[in-house]
Design a protein around this ligand. Structure first.
Ligand code: AHR
Length: 529
């Protein structure tokens, strides 16, 4: 969907296709229930490789909130649930299959009330604190060593969110020293005494979280100074270099971005953006995770697509101050957010995850790819049992959500080279609102394989997509599809495999074109070699 220069032949081809779409397709205007497929065209410009899709775009986020950490990840060494040093084995195995590059921890809002010394040393001596943001008592059983152990078990890098709301600059500086120094300092020796001889690498640090709200109700100017001050004392120990990320404002606060970039742009390596998709767009009545019709389906996807505009507009402000794009845009909270299910605790933010979430996840990931020159990391909120989770658990049971399957199917794009795609497709309309019916992204991996991910947003019509690859002749094609008969299909603990990827056979080669038949409401990932 990137606008790129097109060769004459591809322009001709697209015009013919566009004409046929405008002139021919009575099928596009017929009522949805006839379920006529719609026609579309796709050109994949393998001859115009672009930048690298940073694999950190596939990052995760785990907060001390609801059952993300406790129950979801940490069950303790004495639990009957199989675990490694207290960390669930089933969850580790599932996350390893995603090649999770990076995990943000310990919050969220929780980060600005977290004092790292509470979470080290013998567990039975750790203080019990009130979790003022999300409720309940924080036992501190899961602290720095447990988090680092978890990261090592799944092969991910840690991304630490530092406390600047209720913690001192000295406390943050000392946490970094504790984790990363190989010296003979008292703090490095304390880490050794607590069981970890070698320092860890900590490459990413958020200097606070949402300082405009739960992180301290600050103004942008005040936060910019605080960021500079705290950042100054975050030192590099023993060859470890910490990239410091500043927090963005509310999603569409472009003035905040302007202020931060002008006052602290040279001190930061990353600038964060949080954006949640609410079906209604109204925080007081967000909408249900599972009880919805086509109106909410359409609205949810429309709100998801808005992230593209948000990234473009924040990037434009960043470009003014940082034309060389040295500062990464870090979308370190994103995903769907629904009302709590009836009878469920609002504070726990537990929600089911349907086919709609899978479609939203795929669109978001495509958007991140498109902005690969600026978006250097993204962390879906959140990893387990909270918001748009990968995994849901119920005591010893675990299920993989439709969103998990999208992350698994899309992992082929991690670290690959972005390949531009040009789509010509009718809009998917509902009432007065229109959104694109298809959303695509492509990349080429180090082995030369081309991967296309393409989403059909239309819940009623399949799509026939005439596809042409320029700059590569594909001999072998294979693919997988994620779909279900109902828009709100979910996986449950009794039926955990209702939605899972299946082999995709809806393609055939005709000359130099590939005809794709995409089911309605589906995500397809294809491999061309
Ligand atoms: O992800 C849940 C919460 O949403 C986070 O704690 C906070 O940063 C955001 O507002």
């Amino acid at each position: 969907m990137k606008t790129v220069w097109m060769s004459f032949s591809s322009r001709c081809w697209l015009s013919i296709l566009a004409f046929s779409l405008i002139a021919a397709p009575m099928s596009l205007r017929v009522p949805a229930q006839t379920a006529e497929p719609f026609k579309a065209g796709l050109v994949i410009r393998a001859d115009q490789p672009q930048g690298t899709i940073n694999r950190n775009i596939y990052g995760q986020f785990a907060e001390h909130l609801g059952r993300d950490i406790y129950d979801g990840l940490w069950v303790g060494e004495n639990s009957p649930i199989p675990n490694t040093r207290g960390i669930r084995n089933d969850v580790v195995a599932a996350l390893k299959r995603l090649n999770v590059p990076v995990v943000r921890w310990p919050g969220g809002c929780f980060a600005d009330e977290y004092h790292w010394r509470d979470g080290i040393g013998p567990r039975d001596k750790r203080p019990q604190r009130v979790n003022t943001w999300w409720g309940g008592i924080e036992t501190n059983a899961f602290g720095t060593h447990e988090f680092m152990d978890f990261c090592e078990l799944i092969g991910a890098e840690p991304y630490i969110a530092g406390n600047i709301g209720s913690g001192t600059q000295q406390e943050l500086q000392e946490w970094i020293e504790y984790m990363t120094s190989d010296s003979n300092s008292t703090l490095a020796n304390l880490r050794r005494q607590n069981g970890h001889e070698k320092p860890w690498k900590v490459n990413y640090l958020a200097v606070g979280n949402e300082p405009w709200g739960c992180g301290g109700s600050m103004r942008a100017e005040y936060y910019a100074d605080l960021f500079r001050r705290y950042g100054t004392f975050v030192k590099s120990y023993s060859g470890n270099t910490v990239q410091k990320f500043a927090s963005g404002g509310t999603p569409s606060d472009f003035n905040w971005t302007e202020t931060l970039m002008s006052l602290a742009g040279r001190q930061m390596q990353g600038y964060s953006l949080h954006y949640y998709t609410l079906p209604t767009g109204n925080w007081d009545k967000k909408g249900s995770a599972t009880e919805f019709g086509e109106a909410e389906w359409h609205q949810t996807l429309e709100h998801t697509l808005y992230l593209d505009e948000l990234i473009s507009r924040h990037s434009a402000v960043m470009d003014k101050h940082d034309p060389q794009k040295k500062v990464g845009l870090i979308v370190d909270e994103w995903g769907t957010w629904y009302d709590a299910a009836p009878g469920k605790n609002m504070g726990a933010l537990y929600q089911q995850n349907s086919l709609r979430d899978a479609i939203a996840a795929a669109i978001n990931l495509n958007i991140f790819h498109k902005h690969a020159d600026r978006v250097q990391m993204a962390n879906i909120a959140q990893m387990i049992n909270v918001l748009q989770a990968m995994i849901l658990t119920d005591k010893e049971k675990m299920l993989l959500t439709p969103t998990y399957h999208v992350f698994e199917m899309y992992k082929v794009h991690q670290g690959a080279t972005l390949i531009p795609t040009e789509l010509t497709a009718p809009d998917y309309k509902f009432g007065q609102a229109s959104i694109p019916s298809l959303h695509a992204s492509a990349s080429r991996d180090a082995a030369g394989k081309l991967h296309l991910s393409i989403v059909n947003l239309d819940p009623n019509h399949s799509a026939q997509v005439t596809t042409k690859i320029i700059g590569m002749s594909a001999r072998n094609i294979s693919g997988r599809v994620l779909t279900a008969p109902a828009m709100n299909a979910i996986n449950t603990f009794d039926k955990p495999d209702t939605i899972k990827p299946a082999p995709f056979t809806g393609f055939k080669t005709e000359g130099d074109q590939i005809m794709l038949s995409l089911p309605s409401k589906s995500v397809v990932v294809l491999e061309f070699q």
